[in-house]
Design a protein around this ligand. Structure first.
Ligand code: DGP
Length: 112
């Protein structure tokens, strides 16, 4: 999608520090890490966010969680948090579905 920063990252038009890439997803480090390990998992397909998941596109979410589990094992993460923000009030700043994976420090609950 034009003017979507994560579509541009997925297309390689904007550089990122990649962890994993395949036909369906890209995994890269967050530019503003909130934990010692903080990466993002995005579908290459443009989906605005978690509120736009439908029966037609929901399979990508299961796939993303498979990829997260695989990378967590590869990284030796015994504990991690997966977060997706949808909408401005929830803190979504990039309107392209993405899952934050955070690890490496104690994470508070509830979120602020
Ligand atoms: P959210 O606020 O939940 O929409 O998360 C968006 C995240 O994306 C935020 O933690 C910062 C990160 N981010 C924004 N622009 C870029 C970028 O150009 N490169 C990378 N690597 N991360 C970005």
């Amino acid at each position: 999608m034009e003017d979507c920063i994560f579509c541009k990252i997925a297309a390689g038009e904007i550089p990122s520090k990649k962890i994993h890439e395949d036909e369906r997803v890209l995994v890269f480090y967050d530019i503003d890490p909130q934990a010692p390990t903080h990466f993002l998992v995005i579908p290459k397909e443009h989906i605005k966010g978690a509120g736009e998941i439908t029966p037609e596109n929901s399979d990508i979410v299961a796939y993303i969680f498979e990829v997260i589990a695989r990378i967590a094992k590869d990284f030796g993460l015994e504990s991690f948090r997966v977060v997706t923000n949808y909408g401005v009030e929830a803190g979504q700043s990039v309107p392209h579905l993405h899952f934050h994976v955070l690890a490496g420090r104690e994470l508070g609950w509830p979120p602020g």
